[in-house]
Design a protein. Structure first.
Length: 216
């Protein structure tokens, strides 16, 4: 029986006593009523406490529910984007495969020739360079760089030497040197005359070999 039912029963009893003219102890009834009122107040306080404890839990549940809905929306968008990407990749693969199966003409094999080389860089003598380096030779080819370990380096040719002769060919410029070297073969020994300061020196160079690609 609930507290409210108990109160109603007691009140009914009190009324019956009053109406029946009975002289029962009304103090006991009042004490019982007060006791029930106290229990009712205690129960109400517990209910209020539980309500206060439930409110933050309900707020958390609501928050989780919103997060869940947002996550479902994000997953749906990601799944849609992934499906589109997979479709695109399949299309690209199929298109690429179709292109790969189309016969393509084979390029002709590269051709190479073996050429003699000395292994230094050179340039024509220019007046301002000749003045800057105080060159005594007025014509020839100026050595600008000698590659380490090259035939020229082994023979003793140095940077800023001026090549004036290769065997019997007079060297007045870079084209003369190129033409004279084109007529030589790898491993051939040639006499190279260089102007170094005030002195002319003849050096023996064993020509090296290099492979040069020949375009058709």
């Amino acid at each position: 029986m609930s507290i409210q039912s108990k109160l109603l029963a007691l009140l009914a009893g009190v009324a019956l006593v009053a109406l029946g003219g009975c002289s029962g102890d009304s103090a006991d009834l009042r004490a019982r009523v007060k006791e029930l009122e106290s229990e009712n107040a205690a129960l109400k306080e517990q209910v209020d406490k539980l309500s206060r404890e439930v409110r933050p839990l309900q707020a958390k549940v609501d928050e989780l529910d919103v997060g869940h809905r947002n996550m479902e929306k994000t997953l749906a968008q990601a799944n849609k984007a992934l499906e589109a990407r997979v479709t695109e990749m399949v299309d690209q693969a199929m298109t690429g495969r179709a292109r790969r199966f189309v016969p393509q003409p084979m390029p002709p094999p590269a051709r190479f020739e073996e050429k003699a080389y000395m292994g230094f860089d050179a340039q024509d003598i220019e007046p301002d360079v000749a003045k800057l380096l105080n060159l005594k030779a007025k014509s020839g080819v100026l050595v600008t760089e000698v590659r380490e370990g090259s035939p020229a380096a082994i023979a003793g040719i140095q940077k800023n030497d001026v090549v004036t002769r290769l065997d019997d060919a007079e060297i007045k410029g870079f084209q003369d040197l190129k033409k004279a070297l084109d007529d030589k073969k790898p491993n051939q020994v040639v006499a190279v005359t260089v102007q170094r300061g005030d002195e002319k020196t003849e050096l023996k160079v064993t020509l090296g070999l290099r492979r040069v690609r020949v375009d058709e």
